[in-house]
Design a protein around this ligand. Sequence first.
Ligand SMILES: [Zn+2]
Length: 357
Amino acid sequence: MNPDLQKLIELDKISQEVSRLKEEIAALPKRVAEIETKLSAAKAQVEAAKTAIKTQEAGKRKLESDIQDWQQKISKFREQSLAVKTNEQYKALMTEIEFAEKHIRDCEEQILVGMDSAEGLANTLKTAETELKFEAAEIEKEMAHARAVTAEDEKKLAELSQQKQGLQAGVEPSMLSHYERVATKRKGAIAAAYDHKCGACNVMMRPQKYNELLSNSELVTCDSCGRILYYDASKQPEVLQGGKAGKAGLRANERAWFYLPTGGESGRFAYFANSKGGCTMRIFDALSGQSIEKAAKKKTTFREAFSEYLTDALPLHPEHLNIQQDFDEQLPADMLEEFQLQARIAPGTTAAVPTAQ
Ligand SMILES: [Zn+2]
């Protein structure tokens, strides 16, 4: 692979991690504010319960002092009753005393009712305090964790920023500036391409561009999203492993299709398959799709056995075709059409089979 491209891939990975870390660090104050809001809600609940208890207690004290007042009045009336001269005066004092006693009973009743509600309020306060204690402990843990993560992030960020600078200095300037241009618009300025597609935006690539990409030596960009592309053979479906990028192609069950530009009127299509015992090859005319050659070799792979066929071969991509169908003597029409399209040779001439004699 082009060493600059290799460095840009690395640089892009680091850049993405750098922006992730920056986002994480920037999120901390927001998280702290959320945590504080949560805590102050728990605190407010405790305060409200305390205030309710205070109000209730003040009410009780007021009632108790009212009772004392009425009791003093009663004592006074009783003293006065000893000194009265007439029956009317005596009766009037007795009525006053009755009136005061009724007030005292009312106050005592209110105090009893208040004692019930005081019990409820005490329970509410206890619950609120327990919640606050729990929240505070949780929050303490969460804050400590958030601070630790941020400190770790900042450390990593500093390291990565340095690595980034090192890589930037090592990349050829025009390539770097191209990369920087894409990077300002796209998160992840570099994407793996495989299976004829840009791995980021999934748009199909033109065959010629894809073939350029397979060598990983030129700077290839996606026509659709503008990202810099590199070929990633590891993501390629197994059936496609092959062609010029096919180091992984020594697999026992590898199968591959190629366009061979030489031979026939417009070249040939070739199918190769490895199996446990050896390998097979089938060659078809690229215009008619008729089988023109078959071969099989034992105890070898097709890349060794048929290497002379593969020197100018262009890999074809039949993955979206039903390749299970029978193509022994003749390529099915949809396959032929697709291959002609991929090889960019004129389709629609399948009727022009070479005439006999
Ligand atoms: Zn793209």
